[in-house]
Design a binder for this molecule. Structure first.
Ligand code: ADP
Ligand code: MG
Length: 606
C-alpha cells in the first residue's frame, strides 16, 4: 500500500518496496551529486540543463533546469527519505522507465551539504525557495516564477571530514563530473547541456537532432568519420549507434559507451558481444570504439542491481549477446565489401569477408590470463625454489627479483594444502592445521606490492617492455601531469612516452606484473600523481603508485585457478609475511583454527 495524503505528487514509499531497492551510499563524490541532480532534471522533462561547478564540486554544484518544477507543498517533501513521485509499487521496480526511482538522492545529499532550492511550476504565478541545512528545511519563501528548478549544493561533505580527505584533487573530481555530463548528454541528444567550472564554460552541447549529431558534439567529427552506423532489431530489443570501422580501430578504448534504455552502463555480455562481432576484423591489440544504444523491453531488464545504477541484468543474456554480435558483424561485413577495393588488403588483418560468420577466439574482455602465477608454477615444478613471479620470457629478470626478495616478516613454515576455489574468488586452503579462506585478488595484490616495494628499496624496479605498447588518450592536463613525472615513474619501472598532443604510449611496466589494463591503471595513477604535490616524503609518493600497480597487475576475482596455482599463490603470500590486508586496506584472509572448529562443533573438552 502506498501512503499519501492526497495533496501532491510526491509519496513516501512503503517499507516493503524500500527494502527491495538496492540500498547504498548514493554520494561518494561530487560527480554522484551531479548525476542525481541531472537525472532529476531529465525526469522533470527539462529541455536545457546547466551545471555550474566551483572547485571540483566541493564548493558548489548548481544544476538549473527548465523542467516541470515543484509545487510549494511538494518541494520540501522531496527531501523526506524515500519520497518520490516516480515509483508507485514494487511492480514498478521491474519496468522502470524514469531515471530516478529510489527517492533517496535529495535527502542523502542534504544530509552532507547545504542545499538551496528554487523552483516554480510552469503555470505557477509564484515560485518557491528554501534552504536545507543539516537536513533541516528552513523557511519556505516566495521566488520569481521562473519555470523549472535550481538546486544549489554548497559545501559538500562539510560534516564528513573523512570522506573529504578521501577525495582526489579538484581536477580529478571535475573530470568525473564532466564525464557524467558527457554521458548524460549522449543519452539525451535533444536536451541542451552546459557545464561550467569556476565560471569558465567547459562543455556546451546545444540540442541535437539525432544521436549522430550529439556523438559528433561529444566525440568530434573524426570519430564519426571513422565509424559506421549500426542498427538491428529483435522483437524485444533494438540496437543502434556508431562503431569504429575496423581499419580505424585503435589500441585505445575511448570511446566505449553503452547505453541501455538510455542509461550509461557497463555490461560484460554486450562488450564481449561487440568484441566477438569484430572478431577477425580487429587487429591484435586493437579494441573496438563505439557508442551504442541498446533499447530493451523494460520488463526484460533489471536496472536495480547496483545503487548507482551502473549495471543492468538482462533476463535473456544470450538473445542480447546474439543481437549485438550479429549487428556488429553484419555492419562491418557490408562495410568491408562496399568500401574496400578489390586487391586492397586491410592492414594487419588477413581474413577478408569470407571469414564473416566463422567462429573466432577473442580474448577481450574475458579475464586476463595470469602469466605471472602460471610462470611461477612452472619454475617451482622445475625444481627451482625461487618464489619469484616471472612473466613468460622474462627469465633474465629472475635473479634480480629473488635477490631483492628478503621479506620483512618471517612466518613459521607450515604445509599448505590447496583445497579449492570458491566462486572463482576465494581460495580455500589448509595451512598447518587451520582452514584458511583467501581472497585471490587482494592476496596477490599484497604479494606484488611487497615485491615491488622491496625491489624499489633495494635497487630500483626493473621494467618489462610491452609487446604492443598501448596508446591512451588523455585530457591535456592529465597528459601534462604524467609528462611532468615521467622521470620518476621510470624509476618505478613504468615507461610512458608522449604520443601526439594528448595521448601517451605505455611502453613498459614493472617486471612481475600480470597483464594490466593500461587505461584503467592510468586513471588510478593520475589520481595518485595528483596528490604528489601535497605530500612531502618520497615514500608517501611511491607507496600509492606501487599499490596501484600491484592492484592492476594482480589476478582478478572471477579468474578460475587450479590447485597448483593456488598453492603457489598462497605460499608466496605467506613468504611475504601473511599480511592480512592488501595495500588498500582490504582483507586478504580469514582463518578458522582447529580450536575454533572444535568449539563450534562441541568437541572441545572431549
Ligand atoms: P527520486 O528521483 O528517486 O524520485 P529524489 O530524492 O532524487 O528521488 O527526488 C525526489 C523527488 O523530488 C522526485 O521524485 C521529484 O518529484 C522531485 N524533484 C527532484 N528534483 C526535481 C527537479 N529538478 N524538478 C522537478 N521535480 C524534482
Ligand atoms: Mg532522483
Amino acid at each position: 500500500m502506498l501512503t499519501t495524503d492526497g495533496s501532491g505528487k510526491i509519496h513516501i514509499l512503503p517499507a516493503d518496496v524500500v527494502s527491495r531497492i538496492a540500498a547504498g551510499e548514493v554520494v561518494e563524490r561530487p560527480a554522484a551529486v551531479v548525476k542525481e541532480l541531472v537525472e532529476n532534471s531529465l525526469d522533470a522533462g527539462s529541455r536545457t540543463i546547466t551545471v555550474d561547478i566551483k572547485d571540483g564540486g566541493l564548493a558548489l554544484i548548481r544544476v538549473t533546469d527548465d523542467g516541470e518544477g515543484m509545487s510549494r507543498d511538494d518541494a520540501p517533501r522531496a527531501f523526506d527519505r524515500h519520497a518520490t513521485s516516480k515509483l508507485r509499487s514494487d511492480q514498478d521496480l521491474w519496468s522502470i522507465r524514469t531515471m530516478g526511482f529510489r527517492g533517496e538522492a535529495l535527502p542523502s545529499i542534504a544530509s552532507i551539504s547545504h542545499v538551496r532550492v528554487t523552483t516554480a511550476m510552469r503555470s505557477a504565478e509564484v515560485g518557491t525557495e528554501f534552504q536545507v541545512k543539516s537536513g533541516t528545511i528552513g523557511k519556505v519563501v516566495e521566488a520569481p516564477p521562473v519555470a523549472g528548478t535550481r538546486m544549489e549544493v554548497a559545501e559538500l561533505f562539510y560534516n564528513q571530514p573523512a570522506r573529504k580527505k578521501f577525495l582526489k584533487s579538484i581536477p580529478t573530481e571535475f573530470s568525473h563530473i564532466s564525464r557524467v555530463v558527457q554521458q548524460t548528454a549522449l543519452a539525451w541528444p535533444s536536451v541542451h547541456f552546459r557545464l561550467t567550472h569556476n565560471g569558465q564554460e567547459i562543455l556546451n552541447y546545444p540540442a541535437a537532432l539525432s544521436d549522430k549529431d550529439r556523438i559528433g558534439q561529444v566525440y568530434r567529427r573524426m570519430f564519426l568519420d571513422q565509424s559506421v552506423p549500426l542498427q538491428a532489431e529483435q522483437p524485444a530489443a533494438r540496437i543502434s549507434g556508431y562503431t569504429i570501422d575496423a581499419v580505424h580501430a585503435k589500441s585505445s578504448r575511448i570511446p566505449q559507451e553503452l547505453f541501455v534504455n538510455r542509461r550509461p552502463v557497463r555490461n560484460t555480455a554486450v562488450f564481449h558481444a561487440v568484441a566477438e562481432g569484430y572478431g577477425p576484423f580487429l587487429p591484435k591489440g586493437h579494441h573496438p570504439q563505439f557508442v551504442l544504444f541498446l533499447d530493451v523491453d523494460p520488463n526484460l531488464v533489471d536496472v536495480n542491481v547496483h545503487p548507482t545504477k551502473r549495471e543492468v541484468r538482462f533476463s535473456d543474456n544470450e538473445a542480447i549477446h546474439q543481437l549485438v554480435r550479429r549487428a556488429v558483424r553484419q555492419t562491418l561485413g557490408t562495410r568491408e565489401r562496399s568500401t574496400v577495393a578489390p586487391g586492397f588488403t586491410l592492414n594487419n588483418m588477413e581474413p577478408t569477408s569470407e571469414s564473416v560468420g566463422v567462429s573466432v577466439s577473442v580474448s577481450y574482455p574475458r579475464p586476463a590470463a595470469f602469466p605471472a602465477i602460471e610462470a611461477s608454477v612452472k619454475t617451482s615444478f622445475a625444481g627451482m625454489d625461487s618464489p619469484a613471479i616471472v612473466p613468460p620470457g622474462a627469465e633474465a629478470q629472475l635473479a634480480f627479483v629473488s635477490e631483492a626478495a628478503e621479506p620483512y616478516i618471517h612466518v613459521p613454515s607450515a604445509e599448505v594444502v590447496a583445497l579449492g576455489q570458491l566462486n572463482r574468488t576465494f581460495l580455500v586452503v589448509q595451512i598447518g592445521g587451520d582452514l584458511t579462506v583467501i581472497d585471490q585478488h587482494t592476496a596477490h595484490e599484497r604479494v606484488l606490492f611487497e615485491r615491488l616495494y622491496r625491489a624499489w628499496t633495494a635497487r630500483g624496479i626493473q621494467s618489462q617492455p610491452l609487446l604492443i605498447p598501448e596508446s591512451i588518450e588523455l585530457s591535456a592536463p592529465h597528459a601534462a601531469l604524467l609528462q611532468r613525472h615521467r622521470g620518476d615513474l621510470e624509476k618505478l619501472g613504468l615507461e610512458l612516452e608522449p604520443f601526439g598532443a594528448s595521448a601517451l604510449l605505455v611502453r613498459a611496466i614493472p617486471v612481475g606484473l600480470g597483464k594490466i589494463n593500461a587505461e584503467s591503471f592510468l586513471q588510478d595513477l593520475l589520481d595518485d600523481l595528483s596528490q604528489w604535490d601535497s605530500v612531502s616524503t618520497v615514500e608517501t609518493k611511491v607507496r600509492p603508485v606501487l599499490a596501484s600497480l600491484a592492484c592492476h597487475g594482480a589476478v582478478r576475482a572471477g579468474r578460475p585457478m587450479e590447485l597448483p596455482e593456488i598453492k603457489t599463490l598462497v605460499e608466496d603470500w605467506r613468504a611475504e609475511g601473511e599480511i592480512t590486508t592488501c595495500p588498500h586496506g582490504r582483507r586478504t584472509s580469514f582463518r578458522l583454527g582447529m580450536d575454533d572448529l572444535e568449539k563450534m562443533f562441541g568437541r572441545a573438552g572431549w
